[in-house]
Write a protein that binds this ligand. Structure first.
Ligand SMILES: C[S@@+](CC[C@H](N)C(=O)[O-])C[C@H]1O[C@@H](n2cnc3c(N)ncnc32)[C@H](O)[C@@H]1O
Length: 259
């Protein structure tokens, strides 16, 4: 479940230009750097930080292992992942966006582990079968039009007995406090519909089984969004809702308190 404490008294920053449902076309937006700032801010959230330990434990990373990060974005966990597989292991990241891959390459400078970041589509991973010991995708599947195909690809490139971890949201569990119900309901139902897979969180276990994976585990992890992150997250999205005539400007001014 995603918890929200509230927004600033002025409402979200309506100057935020980009819509965070557009993560499939980062390089074609007016400001690809917005999406990097967005991920950086998200990775500062205490509940995202605390989720990392769960992911790392799930992946069973030890020195010498090869790991693939699918939809790696700006590779904000790269140094941690690289340190775990150490100099005789390998970290490979792929992402559809060149801007993200460039940011990832800059971040990894100075790492002693073998690392590689490439532009590639998750739907057609450019690796042989059983190349990796572990494969992960975080906050990617909600954006995919063919999530089962991507999970099948992740399974193909992971060796038998290897580990696969997918972390994602389920926007139907998004809790947003607002004095009026109607704009709140509109934002939540809009997010569910405008994300390619707004309810992917609940669908993942069945998809894992359909891919033929075994020893499937599920971790539910609430994420509270900070005011600052919410302004980035909802700012661009509310602008879109207004532009498309789905939300009147006066209703978009949420006017939530900080308490
Ligand atoms: C919300 S970001 C998550 C980034 C990173 N996993 C993280 O959690 O910090 C989603 C990423 O998936 C990438 N992406 C979207 N569709 C993709 C696809 N079909 N194949 C590969 N990457 C994709 C985007 O460019 C973006 O970097």
């Amino acid at each position: 479940m995603n918890g929200v404490h509230g927004l600033t008294a002025e409402g979200p920053d309506m100057n935020t230009p980009e819509d965070p449902t557009l993560f499939t076309s980062v390089d074609h937006t007016a400001d690809p750097t917005f999406f990097i700032r967005f991920m950086e801010e998200g990775h500062r959230l205490p509940d995202i930080i605390s989720s990392r330990g769960i992911v790392m434990d799930t992946l069973h990373l030890v020195p010498g292992k090869r790991i693939l990060d699918v939809g790696c974005g700006p590779a904000l966990d790269a140094l941690d992942l690289a340190a775990r597989v150490a100099s005789d292991g390998e970290l490979v990241g792929v992402d559809l966006s060149e801007a993200m891959i460039n940011a990832a390459r800059k971040r990894i400078v100075g790492s002693t582990a073998s690392t590689r970041f490439e532009v590639a589509a998750a739907e057609a991973l450019p690796f042989d079968d059983s190349t990796f010991d572990a494969c992960r995708a975080e906050r990617l599947f909600m954006h995919l039009t063919e999530p089962q195909r991507v999970l099948d690809e992740m399974s193909r490139v992971t060796r038998p007995g290897g580990r696969i971890c997918v972390v994602d949201f389920d926007w139907q569990t998004f809790v947003l406090y607002h004095p009026a119900d109607e704009p709140t309901d509109l934002i939540i139902s809009g997010l569910i519909d405008d994300m390619a897979n707004g309810r992917i969180g609940r669908q993942l276990p069945r998809m894992f089984a359909a891919t033929g994976l075994s020893d499937i585990g599920v971790h539910l992890h609430p994420v509270r969004l900070s005011l600052r992150f919410n302004e980035l997250f909802l700012g661009g999205y509310l602008t879109r809702l207004q532009r498309e005539g789905r939300l009147a400007p006066e209703r978009a001014q949420l006017g939530l308190s900080r308490s």
